[in-house]
Design a protein around this ligand. Structure first.
Ligand code: PEP
Ligand code: MG
Length: 761
């Protein structure tokens, strides 16, 4: 493609992205294509899946009155052919084609040359883009390339609009429409609440739009006026501080700032934007950008420079606005916390008793927020990146944490249906709570220890109440993430002691600091091209024995509540790492003893099996350690070469993939041969269907978020060892994860446990 054509293409795509509605975007597209390709007509058809038809959505050249009216069945006409074959069609004379279908309303009869391309996104044909010429004409290969490339670009915009309900709205001509969107199931459960949208502090030009209601307007004006008066004081103080060191002329600059702050055009403009329903931060951003643009456009160089001052002023005002807390709206009602990236501190802002669910446009089931939500029994949906966060404030939202679905502005029928499911859920939960004091064992009496994954002190009490038999995975990076710098030995020991004491005599498995990959410490940034294959887990610790030894010393000296400590090493990919880590652990132990800490029990040491190379070194590892824990989250990621956080490939990420199961089977068989206990502590341990197959494979214990514990106990107590083994044997012969999932779900359904894997009973 020539540079010129490429630029034209980029320009069209840019225009489409800048359009404020889908309708406008389509109109721009057809007009620009007609100009650039010098054709006589351009049209776009969308797939109306409900009616199984293709609808004319925009045209330049055909009869505009036919838009929204002309419909083809999927197998009808040349447009239907392009759709059905999902292939380009380039014909000199449309009339002579056997599929040609004569349509009067569009005045198609006057066109002969036809070039149609499918609009495809993720294997789905969303529509068809067609150019037509009055003359007989076979389009050139350059024309084909241009249109195919454009269709591929358009697909993204249409698919986005489709998710936002805009396509439906256009097809059906309905103004108000509820819509549902699919993300990633973060933590199970369902909830209904009003969207409470929180924005993190942003730099001025990135402040998002957010609508406020009529009764919030005065509050936001008040916040803005307060920010103005704070900044005025700030400038006065700065000016006083500078008095001694700068000239009077330079000092006068501070007065200019003061004047700008008093300028009606700035203050009034912000206030009138707030009155129009924009929140204070958004109104400030809009006003400052208008002013900055005005100054930037000025001829006079001195005045142009003032744009920088206005920006500075804007930033200062924003800092004050962000420091002031906007009173949370009526949080006596159930709320769904919605944000682009929900943070742990945002959790703290919302009273837990009213927080019914979490929706985050970023992240996945293994993000820390999802793990925290799971621990607190709050349903969550992650990675729902098309959600129009700034437009859904205060709207009713249903969150289905099983299916990873969110319904915005649901209809009454959907609300009623979900209310019924929630009632059924609470019956199930009440039934589950009867299992707390019963042992986790199969019908024929085989015990399977159920433990919790944690890293938060808040989890301790719910974990103990749920009957957990210990901590199978304590993620030590969580307390590290909450500090402002690497915590010292004593600071760490206070936390570790609390955990060990609370669970004693039950075992607590501390995983040594596992940072890197998607787990960054704010004070220890690691920039890498390929972080999941980079400096992670044990690799960082061995390169920083200072940090490692401090942590090990803190953990070892906390082991004073009956020797219930176990130590676990993450991301091991080579036996040398275990040897080096063990010698550091021994060194720390010796040091503590020589410092006079007597009777310091040496803990059991285990490794996580989460990297394929470790799977194939099981024998060598078994000779070195006391236990194994399968980190199925990472093991799945590395075996399948699927980034666990990438939504684009989320459908490929599946811990029931036969390769993952065969790897687990191998791990279990070697662990048994060496008489070493083996557990699973990845998310699959808490998934009732996966837990069933793990049981059949001979896993000794399962460690999961506390919210899943009783569900999994119900599964363990509902099958005999023989049944679980037979299921595992059948599953291991299957070739597809979907077949394995179906087999396990059917077995749960047959055992009357369908309510554990989906909403409702
Ligand atoms: C895992 O990888 O399965 C695991 C438990 O560790 P994390 O999710 O913390 O990487
Ligand atoms: Mg891991």
């Amino acid at each position: 493609m020539s540079n010129r054509i490429f630029d034209t293409l980029k320009n069209i795509v840019q225009n489409v992205n800048d359009a404020s509605t889908l309708e406008q975007a389509l109109d721009i597209t057809v007009q620009r294509i007609r100009q650039v390709m010098k054709v006589d007509a351009v049209s776009v058809y969308f797939c109306d899946a409900n009616a199984k038809q293709l609808v004319l959505m925009a045209t330049d050249g055909l009869n505009p009155d036919a838009v929204g009216k002309i419909r083809f069945n999927f197998d009808q006409g040349l447009v239907g052919l392009v759709f059905n074959q999902a292939e380009l069609l380039n014909i000199k004379d449309a009339h002579s084609h056997s599929n040609y279908c004569f349509v009067t309303e569009t005045n198609e009869a006057s066109f002969h040359g036809f070039l149609g391309v499918p609009i495809i996104q993720h294997r789905h044909v969303l529509g068809v883009l067609v150019v037509r010429q009055t003359l007989h004409r076979r389009f050139s290969s350059n024309d084909e390339t241009f249109l195919v490339t454009l269709a591929a670009q358009l697909a993204g915009a249409i698919s986005h609009a489709e998710k936002m309900g805009e396509v439906n709205r256009l097809i059906e001509g309905v103004e108000e429409h509820s819509y549902n969107m699919k993300g990633i199931a973060g933590s199970p459960g369902i909830a209904i609440g009003d969207a409470l949208v929180l924005f993190p502090p942003a730099s001025l030009m990135e402040v998002p739009d957010s609508n406020i209601s009529g009764d919030e307007i005065e509050e936001h004006i008040g916040l803005f006026r307060q920010a103005v008066s704070n900044v005025e004081n700030e400038y006065k103080q700065l000016s006083r501080q500078m008095q001694a060191s700068i000239s009077a002329a330079e000092l006068a600059l501070f007065d200019v700032f003061g004047l700008m702050l008093k300028s009606d055009s700035l203050i009034d403009a912000v206030i009138s934007r707030i009155r129009a329903g924009q929140w204070a931060q958004g109104a400030l951003r809009e006003t400052i950008s208008v002013h900055v643009k005005k100054f930037n456009d000025m001829e006079d160089a001195y005045l142009r420079e003032r744009a920088v001052d206005i920006m500075d002023l804007g930033r200062r005002l924003l800092i004050h606005l962000q420091q002031q807390k906007v009173a949370l709206p009526d949080v006596s009602a159930p709320v769904v916390l919605v944000a682009e990236e929900v943070t742990v501190s945002q959790f703290a802002e919302v009273p837990l008793q009213h927080l019914v669910a979490i929706v985050s446009t970023k992240g996945s089931a293994s993000s820390h927020v999802a793990i925290l939500a799971h621990a607190l029994n709050i349903p969550s949906v992650m990675g729902i990146d098309d959600l129009p966060v700034s437009r859904i404030k205060g709207q009713k939202i249903i969150v289905d944490g099983y299916g990873g679905q969110v319904f915005v502005k649901p209809s009454k029928t959907i609300i009623d249906e979900f209310r019924r499911l929630i009632r059924e859920e609470s019956i199930i939960n009440a039934e589950l709570s009867e299992l707390i004091d019963l042992p986790s064992e199969t019908i024929d009496g085989l015990p399977v220890a159920l433990q919790v994954n944690t890293g938060l002190l808040e989890d301790i009490s719910p974990s103990i109440k749920s009957g957990a038999e210990g901590v199978g995975l304590y993620r030590t990076e969580i307390p590290f993430i909450m500090c402002d710098g690497f915590p010292g030995e004593e600071e760490q020991a206070v936390i570790y002691k609390q955990v060990l004491q609370s669970f004693s005599p039950r075992p607590v498995t501390f995983r040594t600091l596992d940072i890197g990959g998607d787990k960054a410490l704010p004070y220890f940034p690691v920039e890498e091209e390929n972080p999941f294959l980079g400096w992670r887990g044990i690799r960082i610790m061995l390169d920083h024995p200072d940090i490692f030894l401090t942590q090990i010393r803190a953990i070892l000296k906390s082991n004073i509540y009956g020797n219930n400590l176990r130590l676990m090493l993450p991301m091991v990919s080579d036996v040398a790492e275990v040897d080096d880590a063990v010698s550091l652990i021994k060194k720390a132990h010796r040091e503590l003893i020589s410092e006079g800490v007597s009777d310091l029990a040496y803990p059991q040491i285990g490794v996580m099996i989460e990297v394929p190379s470790a799977v194939y070194q099981m024998q060598a590892l078994a000779r070195r350690v006391d236990f194994f824990s399968i980190g199925s989250n990472d093991l799945t990621q590395y075996l399948l070469a699927v980034d666990r956080n990438n939504k684009q490939v989320a459908e490929l990420y599946n811990s029931l993939h036969p390769s993952v199961l065969h790897a687990i089977q191998h791990i279990v068989s070697i662990a048994k041969e060496y008489n070493k206990p083996v557990s699973v502590c990845g998310e699959m341990a808490g998934d009732p269907a996966s837990a069933l197959i793990l049981l059949g494979m001979g896993i000794d214990s399962l460690s999961m978020s506390v919210g899943s514990l009783l569900r999994v106990k119900r599964v363990v107590r509902s099958f005999t060892t023989g049944q679980a083994q037979a299921l595992a044997k059948t599953a291991m012969k299957m070739e597809k994860a979907s077949d394995i999932r179906l087999l396990l779900n059917t077995s749960l359904d047959d055992a009357g446990l369908g309510g554990l894997i989906r909403a409702g009973k």
